[in-house]
Design a protein around this ligand. Structure first.
Ligand SMILES: Cc1cc2nc3c(=O)[nH]c(=O)nc-3n(C[C@H](O)[C@H](O)[C@H](O)COP(=O)(O)OP(=O)(O)OC[C@H]3O[C@@H](n4cnc5c(N)ncnc54)[C@H](O)[C@@H]3O)c2cc1C
Ligand SMILES: NC(=O)c1ccc[n+]([C@@H]2O[C@H](COP(=O)([O-])OP(=O)(O)OC[C@H]3O[C@@H](n4cnc5c(N)ncnc54)[C@H](OP(=O)(O)O)[C@@H]3O)[C@@H](O)[C@H]2O)c1
Length: 276
């Protein structure tokens, strides 16, 4: 027996058997719980992974049957970040998030390195203002795009609206928006370009109401002191529930904006924040 094998055997006998590495494993580096329904976490980034800010990937854990249990997740960090960030719901009886909510730094998750999605700059024609419309965890792709230099290179004004039921559900987004100006990498580019418009619907806050209503009756434009939307100047990205996406599409179309895609850029694009 060589000396090295003896050392290996001694180590193996002393330490409990670790399960084999997960397929496409990445290691959790940070976890932050925002409410009893929301948390964010960061993981190592596969060296080969290239993505466009705003895209999503499949992530998950190994299921009880030994097969990967995967769900779609928007990457909340920008394309230049050396780690990956995610912003997640905790569904108490959800197959994945009932378990994912318990991850700790050092744990492994599965991450399939195949990014896709429609909330990308390439899917929009050039414009002057870009609107990011989010509800709930639909903020995630915009957490990426708000930290993406291209957003500020392409647009004079960046308007992010975030609507949640309760005030505490706005906190991840509020802190992220507040941090933009001081960000050493993009702070200068951001300047005064970002307008932040948070609203709640079921708990008292300074601005209440569904964003669809506030756009239709003109409140948003009055509050922000800006012109109403027009297809000449405005571009939009939308991420929320199916019902929200549908209703907001109707509002955007009423302003004359048309839905685009990667292969056919136009004035707005839409992505589901979740199904159901
Ligand atoms: C393109 C795309 C991108 C997504 N990006 C994210 C993301 O960045 N962060 C994230 O948390 N989820 C995201 N999701 C939803 C995610 O894929 C899972 O549904 C979620 O992680 C819950 O998984 P689960 O197995 O616990 O429950 P599931 O069986 O998947 O869902 C159970 C039920 O919980 C509700 N639900 C699921 N996800 C959400 C949510 N995000 N917000 C509110 N209610 C929800 C729905 O009513 C759903 O029917 C995305 C979904 C799609 C299609
Ligand atoms: N958020 C919570 O505290 C909570 C707690 C327990 C369970 N849940 C469950 O979790 C699921 C998702 O809840 P969620 O709060 O994350 O997401 P959500 O139901 O999509 O609501 C998020 C925000 O979007 C608004 N909204 C929803 N549909 C809209 C539309 N068609 N047009 C304009 N605005 C719209 C909501 O306003 P309205 O309030 O006016 O709908 C709310 O402010 C639901 O099934 C819910 O029952 C949520």
């Amino acid at each position: 027996m060589t000396e090295m094998t003896a050392v290996n055997r001694a180590v193996n006998e002393a330490t409990p058997v670790k399960p084999a590495h997960l397929p496409d494993a990445q290691t959790v580096t940070e976890v932050h719980h925002w409410t009893d329904r929301l948390f964010s976490f960061r993981v190592t980034r596969p060296k080969s992974l290239r993505f466009r800010s705003g895209e999503f990937v499949m992530i998950g854990l190994l299921g009880d049957n030994g097969k990967p249990l995967l769900r779609a997740y928007s990457i909340a960090s920008p394309a230049w970040d050396e780690e990956l960030e995610f912003y997640s719901i905790k569904v108490q009886d959800g197959p994945l998030t009932s378990r994912l909510q318990h991850i700790q730094p050092g744990d492994e998750i599965i991450l399939r390195p195949k990014p896709v999605g429609t909330l990308v700059h390439d899917a929009l024609l050039p414009g002057k203002r870009i609107w990011f419309f989010a509800t709930g965890t639909g903020f995630a792709p915009f957490a990426s795009l708000l930290r993406e230099p291209e957003t500020y290179e392409k647009y004079d004004q960046v308007i992010i609206t975030h609507t949640c039921r309760e005030v505490a559900e706005l906190e991840y987004g509020r802190r992220l928006v507040e941090s933009l100006k001081d960000d050493p990498l993009i702070g200068e580019l951001v300047g005064d370009k970002v307008l932040y418009y948070p609203t709640t619907t079921r708990e008292q806050s300074p601005k209440m109401g569904r964003i669809t209503t506030l756009l239709t009756d003109g409140t948003v434009f009055r509050d922000l002191g800006i012109d109403p939307m027009s297809p000449e100047t405005d571009r939009a990205m939308v991420c929320g529930s199916l019902g929200f996406n549908k209703d907001l599409k109707d509002v955007l179309e009423s302003f004359g904006l048309r839905e685009g895609a990667n292969s056919d850029p136009k004035e707005y694009v839409v992505e589901k924040a979740f199904v159901g």
